[in-house]
Design a protein around this ligand. Structure first.
Ligand code: GAF
Length: 390
């Protein structure tokens, strides 16, 4: 995916645009959010722990079932051209560009035995694409929630998580875990989602930022990435190699106490990858405890330690993310880290409300001084998950 609109839009507005494009009203309108991962990076495909929350940047789809096998899809961004396909002929080669996400969901549903039918679909997304905020998962989850309702398939949200993941893995070709779809589908207002990716058990963790006079500022470095290519798959392969060499089914099985022995058995690079996963899992657990005991003001050091681990051990940060994090910390942030898969995208900074402008200004100036494209800034707070809105 390589573009998204930025303006929020009402459900009625999306329905009206659908009606203008297709000549009749939609059956309904569904929305699914992007996410910020508070902590727990690259732990999902290692059977570990994650703690994301849904943000108010979301993908909205208006959909109407058709009586035939034709799907017509159009979105508010990109070239705005209508794509028309016969869904009974879907194959990997026919699912390209942004339509790989909605059509991929249809393909997965069909593979699972759901009797899929044609539909018209209009998409409007306000999740910046390629920024590490799960723009693609938001589309998958909005579409799967809509089609689940319209086809009467009755999958649970946790089953829809796996349908989204399968879309990424088998259609888009990105070997991702379940973090993004879980955040989008299981989220709740005012909470982060704690998820054990081995058991798939989850619970909501209160995250009251405004009650603590805090903000989470997102700094979009505008350095884009794609997880279907490059470093993401390499990191996953390193983790799998580490687990294999240490004779464990996944890195989740390891504790910090086993790291010295792991250091003796692994090459230096694989050891650093393993150390990130082991320490990051512990940081997620610690964050949940600290949030419960002392509230969000006290989690800053854990966020910053997570960034250092991704920068030094997992090596998925970049100069822009490091500068955003360091500058935020120097100017009053309580903690800061890159969020998402890495190699670009966004950093988050936990900031006392009174310091927000100072931090924005300092990061802006630091980017200008480095001759980099100006970053985007916006604040986020935990919002609700995927749902029907009309
Ligand atoms: C991306 C992936 F899609 C997730 O599954 C997760 O691995 C994340 O990177 C890193 O934590 O968002």
């Amino acid at each position: 995916m390589n573009a998204s609109a930025t303006q929020p839009i009402s459900a009625q507005n999306v329905a009206d645009t659908f009606a203008t494009v297709f000549g009749y009203p939609p059956d309904g309108v569904w929305v699914a959010p992007g996410r910020v991962n508070l902590i727990g990076e690259h732990t999902d495909y290692n059977d570990g722990f994650v703690l994301p929350f849904a943000i108010d940047r979301e993908a909205t789809v208006a959909v109407r079932l058709r009586a035939d096998q034709t799907a017509r899809l159009i979105s508010s961004y990109g070239d705005k051209k209508m794509v028309e396909v016969d869904i009974s002929t879907l194959s990997h080669g026919t699912m390209t560009g942004w339509t790989a996400y909605p059509l991929g969901v249809v393909w997965v549903l069909a593979q699972m035995g759901v009797e899929v039918g044609g539909f018209d679909l209009y998409l409007h997304s306000t999740v910046p694409s390629g920024a590490g905020l799960s723009s693609s998962a938001a589309i998958e989850c909005a579409v799967s929630t809509a089609l689940n309702d319209l086809y009467g398939a009755q999958f649970s949200p946790k089953e829809l998580v796996l349908i989204g993941q399968r879309t990424e893995n088998e259609v888009v070709g990105a070997p991702t875990g379940i973090l993004d779809q879980s955040a989008s589908l299981l989220a709740s207002d005012g909470h982060a989602v704690f998820l054990d990716c081995r058991t798939r058990e989850s619970h909501l963790v209160p995250l009251d930022l405004s009650g603590a006079a805090l903000r989470i500022l997102v700094v979009d470095t505008k350095v884009t990435h794609a997880h279907a290519t490059g470093g993401y798959a390499e990191r996953r392969a390193s983790c799998e190699l580490g687990a294999q060499m240490l004779d464990v089914p996944s890195l989740r099985e390891l504790t910090a106490a086993q790291l010295p022995e792991a250091a003796l058995r692994l090459d230096a690079v694989t050891y650093r990858r393993v150390r990130h996963i082991v320490t990051e899992n512990q940081r997620v657990l610690d964050t949940v405890v600290v949030l419960d005991d002392a509230g969000p003001t006290a989690i800053g050091a854990l966020l910053t330690a997570s960034h250092s681990s991704m920068r030094d051990d997992f090596e998925i940060s970049c100069a822009e993310l490091d500068l955003a994090v360091a500058t935020a910390l120097e100017n009053g942030a309580l903690g800061a880290r890159m969020t998402g898969g890495g190699f670009g995208g966004c950093a988050i900074a936990l900031i006392p409300e009174a310091e927000e402008l100072k931090v924005r200004d300092a990061v802006d100036r630091a980017f200008a001084k480095a001759n980099w494209q100006a970053p985007d800034f916006f604040t986020v707070s935990p919002g609700p998950g995927a749902r029907r809105i009309l």
